[in-house]
Design a protein around this ligand. Sequence first.
Ligand SMILES: [Zn+2]
Length: 294
Amino acid sequence: MSSRAWIARPFATESPITIAAARPGASVAPILPIMPVSAFFQRRFAPDRTPVGEPKPFGVSLTAPSFGLIQELPGAVGRWNPACVLEIFCSQYSDLIAQLQHVKVITVERIDVRRWRFKNGAWVSQAGIVGGMEHKKDGQFEVFIPRDVDCAEAAQTLYHEVVHVRQGPMGRYFEEFEAYAKTESWAIYLGLPQRGHDLREEKDGREVPSAAKIDEKVRSQYGGPEPSAPGARIVGHTAKEALVLQPGASTPVPRPAVEGDVDMSEKPTTVAPKVLPPSVWVCPKSPQPKKSTP
Ligand SMILES: [Zn+2]
């Protein structure tokens, strides 16, 4: 039932949003200043390139659901491809592209997951679909991303998963909170729309990530902070217990299950996986300013 490979995240690297800031109720101010919309648009689509995805009319309300309000650029196609992702990242985030060269990116038709949630005194199974995931296999990170999403969504999914790749083990709740908060902050900065959820709010006339909404989403999908110890995670369950793996431990220890516990240790199923060759992650030659990423 449990597989350690799916939970190990040995990278202990920098972390611009600290764990403390990721705690519920803390503010999640955008890390970066808002970039002028026109500047982003000019950078994103060079004159000789065909727009890919659903470029949004930046400046319109970005709260979900925003579909219906979207105007596609003439000639744009719906599915993402590496070229359009490079258009988004290379202008300012070439370090993220450099990181992708060391990650095995696998495109899929779908990622099916099974969650076990402890509700009303019993574990209940729920089937679901997730928009992306990463794990480490044989020492290499693998990132899975659906093929049938537009470029803005694909870029945010890759950004979210690279945040995970750079994280140290903090426990699933804090790992997800940080990944959602950073991705949302970055997407707001670039004027990208939300990807099928509403995790933003208005503050002082600006759109910012909402700590309360992110907390609610993460708790519902991944469970709350592990009560036994920060960094620990549920890797299985028995009828009335959660099996919890402490950081650095190799054997999980049972504790009584509590309402809201989520066990996601069952290995997800990926439909029609295809590995992208690392050679696709090469930015165009023209020198671009570089800024720090997650
Ligand atoms: Zn995540």
